[in-house]
Design a protein. Structure first.
Length: 551
């Protein structure tokens, strides 16, 4: 004869069956049974200071592991606070399962305290949004949630659990469903042959690798493909590291607001081989402004429709197998031409220039150069949205996938500090740095307390300019002046120390690198403030605007 257990315990067993290691969240009155059940399980509940931080943590954990990160909140305002991180995960193709409480079924149909139609609120920003109508449905609904979140294209799922469902008695005979993993399909031989025919007639093909190639663990196959056919490879900002920047065929990252060095490689190309690229990463008009390039789309899913992304051949299936098959089918070899070599030289020269710049406040190039010097090849940097992202994404050399993380789908500010906690939990053997502007930092700086309390060692590098620097940059570019972008800041050293973290302030250019090394070597939480001179922003865009030839 079976015994009874409450549904919250069944929910936790289903999460354990999915391999969940962490739940990031804040408890509420309506989900106390769930939180208590987690406390008695193998899953670590990470208590955060704001639900937005929980969602960003779940997103970065999902991005780095490929397993859906889990964020939890109470009903009403708690659930609504999850939405920014959930939408960020959805637009960045990252698996996340967000779970919140909801009012009981006994009053959900009428106007009552804290009632909001959460399922409808989450539906436009998720792959699937559902209310759990009965505790007996939990095994099926949770299995569907994780399968949906983790299957290409990955994204976010939301589940609302009424408080009377969560606390209801269920038969102990109810068990989690077996986990079945969707296997990527083999590429079509006919499509491989069609793509090979396109390449046979190509004058100068170029490869663009995106975030999907990183998710598919296609780095090795991509390098082999490039070397075998002699093709230059650029990446999107989200795809940085999937092709190492120190490879002789690497062109760097595309996606900057102006025609950057790497764009000259696309100007010369007649065929674009897009590998794991997704349109939300950046507008394809930046690399195909005249919509005249033939595009070979290689991904686990079909291409989205865009008039500057006209697909000549679509190869749908496992990306690594597709690259190997296409490489075997093409009996030509190109050489990365002088333009490709010149592009690499220009970026190397700019990074070397940064190492030599000793002005104070520091130039963005100097900060990028010192961060690269301080970090190992596999260490992880999260570059928050703002001017800091523009400098890091275009200049910071990456050598391994997922070692520079940006948000280029929704481009949300404030993800880097909470995301750094999740990155360290996902990869405790690596050092983790959150590079953030002062505006983005204060949006989720409360998670420093979480990092200290949970003993999660991270380093935060604040680029301080007392303004929303990227907006100032855009205003100056497009309107010749800026307004309503300046603000004041606290003493960030004292602020960090008030949480129990270490605080540092850089007072000269030669202090940054040793301070970074000291903070990164410390087994604790550190915050470094570095004043930045963003007059270099307009100097960069003016220089690129005048550049009509890389030579």
């Amino acid at each position: 004869m079976s015994t009874q257990a409450d549904a919250a315990k069944l929910l936790v067993r289903t999460l354990e069956a999915e391999g969940v290691e962490y739940v990031f969240g804040i408890p509420g009155e309506e989900n106390i049974h769930f939180v208590q059940a987690l406390d008695d399980s193998s899953i670590r509940y990470v208590l955060v200071r704001h639900e937005q931080g929980a969602a960003f943590m779940a997103e970065i954990y999902g991005r780095l592991t490929g397993k859906a990160g889990v964020a939890s909140a109470t009903l009403g305002p708690g659930a609504i606070n999850l939405q920014l991180g959930v939408a960020d995960a959805q637009t960045n193709s990252t698996p996340v399962v967000a779970i919140s409480a909801q009012v009981g079924l006994d009053r959900i149909y009428k106007e009552s305290h804290q009632i909001v139609d959460l399922v409808s609120l989450f539906r436009p920003i998720t792959k699937w949004s559902e209310l759990v109508p009965t505790p007996e449905a939990l095994p099926e609904i949770v299995r569907k949630a994780f399968k949906t979140a983790q299957t290409e294209r990955p994204g976010a799922v939301y589940l609302a659990i009424p408080e009377d469902v969560e606390s209801a008695a269920v038969s102990a005979d109810l068990k989690p469903l077996p986990v079945n993993v969707v296997q990527p399909q083999e590429p079509s031989a006919a499509q491989i042959a069609r793509a090979a025919d396109v390449l046979a007639m190509a004058r100068q093909p170029i490869v663009l690798a995106g975030h999907g190639a990183t998710r598919a663990h296609a780095s090795e196959a991509l390098v082999h493909f490039s070397e075998k056919l002699g093709l230059p490879v650029a990446t999107s900002f989200n795809g940085k590291g999937v092709f190492p920047d120190d490879h002789r065929n690497a062109l760097g990252a595309v996606g900057f607001m102006r025609h950057d060095y790497v764009n000259f490689g696309f100007d010369e190309a007649d065929v674009l081989i897009a590998v794991g690229y997704e349109l939300q990463e950046f507008d394809p008009v930046k690399v195909n402004p005249h919509a005249d390039k033939k595009i070979i789309h290689i991904h686990a899913m079909p291409a989205e429709v865009d008039d500057h992304y006209p697909v000549e051949v679509g190869i749908q299936g496992d990306i690594s197998r597709s690259l190997r098959a296409l490489g075997d089918a093409v009996h030509r070899r190109w050489d990365v031409n002088g333009t490709g070599r010149r592009i690499r030289e220009l970026m190397r020269d700019e990074l070397a220039q940064g190492r030599a710049e000793d002005g104070f406040p520091l130039s963005p190039r100097r900060i990028v150069a010192d961060v690269r010097e301080a970090m190992g090849r596999e260490d992880i940097v999260l570059a928050d949205t703002g001017a800091v992202k523009m400098w890091m994404a275009r200049m910071y050399p990456t050598y391994e996938p997922n070692t520079l993380l940006v948000s280029n789908g929704l481009s949300s500010m404030g993800f880097s500090v909470p995301g750094a906690l999740a990155a360290k939990l996902a990869h405790p053997e690596r050092r983790v740095l959150a590079a953030t502007g002062d505006g983005a930092f204060l949006m989720n700086s409360q998670e420093l307390e979480t990092a200290v309390r949970e003993n999660i060692p991270i380093t935060v590098l604040i680029w301080e300019d007392d303004a929303y620097g990227l907006i100032e940059w855009k205003m100056d570019l497009e309107m010749g002046r800026s307004s309503n972008i300046k603000f004041g800041n606290p003493d960030f050293v004292a602020y960090a120390e008030s949480f129990g973290a270490h605080g540092y302030r850089v007072n000269s250019a030669d202090e940054l690198l040793p301070t970074l090394r000291k903070a990164l070597a410390d087994d604790g939480v550190s915050v470094i403030t570095v004043p930045v001179d963003y007059s270099h922003n307009l100097q960069l865009t003016d220089k690129l605007g005048e550049l009509t030839d890389p030579f």
